[in-house]
Design a protein around this ligand. Structure first.
Ligand code: DLL
Length: 435
């Protein structure tokens, strides 16, 4: 039987949800206009006043906010509450430019943890569970968010943070962890280490995993599910909107339900900003309608996905978003062809390789090059040189069939590619260094 954390909200009729959103958006726009000079200026430039926003139908009148606005307004420019009412910051893991800093009142933290509690409950979590949280703790939102959600549900919470993988497995076994929360790439690494330590899935009690913070494919899901003997659920979020728990997967595993009582999603054409109808792929935009300290209106996430209101077998009526296909800024354009790393991952796993790979793009004599290093299977490792060349050719052909461009494939020794304990770095684009 499907369990809900907040059945009333999660199964609310569309009409009632719209009414709730309509009330909240009107109040939120007033709150932002009165308290955030930066956004007030954007609204004034566009000639929009708070009175013009009477319901969610008027959302499209509001200006967008982008990451570059967040940089311009860094650190306090988008704060909507006095510092005396703010109790925490979290920050992105971004390595380029200024980090994004998000602020929380105590109420913001409560609502955020509540969203994570919905995700844990949807994955089957109850107060009988032992929940091992191996997302990073600290500035990154993964650890604190899932930790708070796990407390709310009443799970026994293991605040492990990431790293020290053998110790993770020892705790997992000793304490009988039943739910694992971490990035999918780290889950794959934990699975690999479990087997390297001589254990099987019979030696652990895990039943579910809640994995997100980076793109991962259906093939990767199946590979993790097999290696850890669990059902793997996706969870999505971003620092700017509070962190994990903006949306979460249910038993149907066909997309993530968005917590629409807190976040209104839109899909736009990333080039023109035009709002697209349900079912079309575009950039996801969120408006937070309950956040007090850092209430972003029409924030462009750069994540590309599709929304769907198709009836879900879990009984939830919350709109669903597809797995993000990648970020508009993660998409590689190689010899004029759009390439998402996830397409390459799909082929690798389908062809029986491990999800440990590195994509390197460069430009030589004005031509883009695509090199993909993949670990050999242990059975291939003893093969003769010409056999390895044949494996490389076969894999290159499968990738060419998917992408339409020829890669150079390098099969490397098992375990020679650095494992990820957080968000995996799978692409090195050296062209940027020349530009
Ligand atoms: O990654 C928050 C999070 C923590 C989500 C733990 C889920 C679990 P940021 O570091 O700000 O926040 O990165 C946000 O990560 O815009 C997406 O591009 C990507 N992302 C997050 N979840 C998923 C997912 C956290 N399930 C950025 N699938 C987002 C694909 C994801 N991409």
């Amino acid at each position: 039987m499907e369990r809900y954390w907040n059945q009333e909200i999660e199964t609310m009729s569309r009409e009632d949800m719209k009414k709730l959103q309509d009330e909240r958006i009107v109040e939120q726009v007033k709150h932002v206009y009165e308290n955030v000079e930066y956004y007030r200026n954007l609204m004034d430039e566009k000639g929009v006043k708070p009175e013009d926003i009477k319901s969610t139908d008027d959302l499209h009148k509001l200006p967008f906010l982008t990451k570059s606005d967040l940089r311009d307004a860094y650190p306090y420019g988008l704060l909507a509450k006095p510092l005396s009412e703010c109790v925490r910051i979290q920050s992105t893991s971004g390595t380029t430019g200024k980090r994004v800093v998000a602020f929380y009142t105590q109420n913001d933290i409560d609502l955020w943890e509540d969203c994570c509690a919905r995700a844990i409950t949807a994955a089957g979590g109850t107060n009988e569970d032992v929940c091992q949280v191996c997302y990073g703790y600290g500035l990154f939102t993964g650890g604190p968010g899932l930790n708070g959600g796990s407390h709310k549900v009443g799970c026994l919470t293991l605040p492990m943070s990431s790293g020290n993988t053998e110790r993770q497995i020892t705790f997992m076994r000793d304490l009988g962890a039943t739910i694992l929360c971490c990035t999918p790439s780290y889950a794959a690494y934990i699975g690999e280490t479990l087997h390297d330590m001589g254990y099987t899935t019979d030696d652990i009690k895990l039943k579910a995993g809640i994995f997100g913070a980076e793109p991962w494919t259906e093939e990767m899901r199946r590979s993790i599910e097999k290696s850890l003997g669990i059902k793997a659920y996706d969870i999505y979020g971003l620092t700017e909107t509070s962190g994990p728990g903006v949306s979460f997967e249910c038993s149907e595993q066909t997309g993530m339900h968005i917590n629409e009582d807190h976040f209104i999603p839109e899909i736009i054409n990333p080039e023109t900003g035009e709002v697209l109808p349900e079912g079309e792929v575009g950039e996801l935009v969120f408006t937070s309608i309950t956040k007090e300290a850092f209430p972003l209106l029409r924030y462009r996430t750069r994540d590309l996905c599709v929304l769907s209101r198709k009836k879900c077998s879990c009984g939830r009526t919350l709109i669903k978003m597809s797995k993000p296909m990648g970020r508009s800024d993660d998409m590689l354009i190689i010899r004029g062809v759009n390439v998402f790393p996830s397409q390459i991952e799909t082929v690798l796993i389908e062809q029986g390789y491990s999800p440990n790979y590195l994509i390197e793009v460069d430009r030589v004599n004005n031509t883009d090059t695509l090199d993909i290093s993949v670990e050999m299977n242990p059975t291939q490792a003893d093969s003769a040189g010409e056999d390895i060349q044949m494996y490389e050719k076969t894999l290159a052909l499968a990738i060419k069939t998917m992408l339409g461009i020829n890669p150079k494939v390098h099969l490397v020794s098992p375990k020679s590619i650095t494992r990820s304990e957080g968000k995996a770095v799978r692409v090195i684009d050296r062209r940027k260094l020349h530009d």
